[in-house]
Design a binder for this molecule. Structure first.
Ligand code: 59J
Length: 569
């Protein structure tokens, strides 16, 4: 019995000890959490484990030959913990001196943020500049490794490439269209920071950053430079409001060059303004005017309403449709189809169009992509407009014949000409290099497409497009001069000057469309303002791409100072 008493006594003592211990622990826990939370949290904060981001390197954008067009270079962004830095005014002033800030302003800014733990001091410094900051060894000031996008061609390829924002996210163009492909995936690592927030221990990777992938465009940077230079010169020479130029590979639908004016320098974010950064070649629509006429002829040939022997009576140089009058520059009398194109007769084109059932004409134009996006995937691409035929009145079908009441982007027009250039096959437009030419969709009889190329060759040799000629190459194309429709109808003083064409006409390889918006000088016709640009750009591009000449006559067509292959130098 005695043992029991002893044992009971002992267990009572133990119980009391436990209770005391629990009480002390409980008191200590409450004490720390409530009365000394500052110390604990400070310690915790000071020794806190953090997971920090490791930005991924953004993929490079290259031209079709691998030339760099957009490159990510490493930069360091200086940041600080204002909660720590705010008291040290002298340090802030030293920091201001090496980060290009006014000292007083920086002191105020840091102190205004004393309740925060993070603020950028200066984004995207070069590693050398950032080294100077590190050398100051100011507590609570750190560097964050980031990447800055650099565009070696500057303005030249700006619209196609687009640009990224300061956080390396695509905003426009290919940078936006392929942002997921280019950006990769940022990684993360676990670190411990000391009291001053400096990383004292790197606990290692949480996730490896996955670098972005490179992107190879269809663009040829040499051709792009040529297109940019000649368009810029023409917009300036003719004091035009804006301009666009598109060069497609006729066989593959690849965009070899795309330039707009005004342009912008993507390396200088301060100058980014939407009127300059908009890629007009895909986002601005215009009434094509006579540049549409070849497709009217193709539709009528496909419908069997006309053929290469047809004669069209355009006398007396005007015609009435409903309560409108359609006019030519003068009375061209009876014309062949070639004559309708080479003289650019509105009356001739209207007579051809009116011979077709509305649905037939509409379907044919639709097949050439009018009123439809080109499926290029370019951000902000517009589809233009082609009113459905069951809403046409006679006058609508008539003005459609010479390019009014329909709207296109320069890219859409180029794609349609590429169909005529490639034997009547419509292909998607591609901004990335394609390795095998896509099959495409036949939209007009190959024989009719070839016949049209022949007719459009006369536009350049004898018609309104003589200034589009390219030495040593046969060229097929069409001029357009369209008055712009304003609030009070079509304006006499504002025009769009267009030249669209392809070369070499015997085996078309390149299609180029030049659109000059509101030429302000004495000339405004497509044949005078756009055709010369076409000639210079096409001539340079054909040589750059080493395309065999198909018009090596030895007569006056020669350009002085050039030699045919094999001739003495
Ligand atoms: C023209 C038009 C406006 C719309 C005429 C341009 C019409 C019309 C209503 C006179 C300038 C001008 C629907 S002529 O592109 O016919 O490229 O070398 O803008 O006719 O009825 O002072 N070819 N252009 N017409 N409208 N509406 C001719 C033609 C064309 C040219 C020029 C201009 C027009 C010499 C245009 C060329 O082929």
């Amino acid at each position: 019995m005695v043992e029991n008493t002893v044992w009971r006594r002992r267990s009572q003592v133990l119980m009391v000890m436990f209770a005391l211990a629990a009480g002390v622990l409980l008191w200590r826990a409450v004490d720390l959490q409530v009365w000394h939370s500052g110390f604990l949290s400070t310690q915790a904060e000071a020794r806190q484990v953090r997971v920090v981001d490791i930005p991924a390197h953004r993929g490079m954008i290259r031209d079709r030959n691998g030339e760099p067009l957009a490159v990510s270079t490493p930069v360091d962004s200086v940041w600080a913990n204002p909660a720590r830095l705010a008291e040290d005014t002298a340090a802030i002033e030293r920091l201001a001196a090496v980060t290009g800030h006014d000292p007083r302003t920086l002191v105020q800014t840091v102190q205004a943020r004393r309740d925060r733990e993070f603020m950028y001091i200066r984004r995207h410094m070069t590693p050398d500049e950032a080294e100077v900051v590190t050398a100051l060894d100011i507590p609570a000031v750190y560097l964050q490794r980031e990447y800055r996008r650099y565009y070696p061609m500057g303005e030249v390829a700006a619209h196609v490439l687009g640009f990224t924002n300061i956080d390396d996210q695509g905003q426009e163009g290919m940078e936006l269209a392929f942002d997921d492909w280019l950006r990769g995936e940022s990684g993360s690592k676990r670190v411990i920071r000391d009291r001053l927030g400096r990383v004292v221990e790197d606990l290692g990777l949480v996730r490896e950053p996955r670098p972005g992938r490179d992107l190879t465009l269809s663009i040829d940077r040499r051709v792009q430079y040529l297109a940019y230079r000649e368009l810029k010169a023409a917009v300036s020479e003719h004091n035009a409001r804006s301009g666009s130029l598109v060069i497609l590979d006729a066989q593959t639908g690849e965009v070899l060059a795309m330039a707009n004016q005004p342009a912008f320098n993507p390396n200088n974010r301060a100058t980014l303004r939407s009127m300059h950064t908009r890629n007009r070649a895909v986002s601005d629509v215009f009434e094509p005017g006579s540049a549409i006429k070849p497709f009217i002829v193709a539709a009528a040939m496909d419908a069997g309403m006309v053929d290469t022997s047809s004669r069209i009576d355009t006398s007396p140089g005007w015609m009435r449709v409903q309560n409108a009058t359609i006019r030519d520059l003068r009375n061209y009398g009876e014309l062949s189809l070639t004559g309708v194109l080479s003289h650019s007769s509105n009356v001739g084109a209207t007579r051809v169009a009116m011979s077709l059932p509305p649905e037939t004409l509409w379907s044919s134009l639709r097949g050439f992509g009018f009123g439809d996006v080109t499926a290029s995937g370019f951000p902000g691409e517009r589809s233009g407009n082609l009113t459905h035929f069951d809403r046409w009145q006679k006058i609508r079908q008539a003005t459609l014949a010479y390019g009014y009441g329909v709207s296109v982007t320069p890219l859409q027009l180029a794609r349609a000409y590429a169909a005529l250039a490639s034997g009547g096959v419509m292909r998607d437009v591609s901004f990335v290099r394609v390795d095998a030419p896509p099959p495409g969709v036949p939209v007009t009889d190959p024989g009719h497409a070839r016949a049209l190329l022949g007719m459009m060759e006369y536009v350049v040799t004898e018609g309104t497009g003589t200034r589009a000629a390219v030495p040593f190459y046969r060229v097929s194309g069409k001029t357009g001069t369209a008055r712009k429709s304003g609030l009070g109808g079509y304006e006499e003083e504002r025009h769009v000057a267009v030249f669209a064409g392809t070369a070499p006409a015997s085996d078309p390889r390149l299609v180029t469309v030049v659109v000059i918006d509101e030429p302000g000088g004495e000339h405004y016709a497509g044949g005078l303002v756009a055709a010369p640009v076409f000639s210079r750009v096409m001539s340079g591009a054909l040589r750059l791409l080493d395309i065999t000449p198909d018009d090596v006559r030895r007569d006056e067509g020669r350009v002085a100072g050039t030699h045919l292959p094999g001739e003495p130098g």
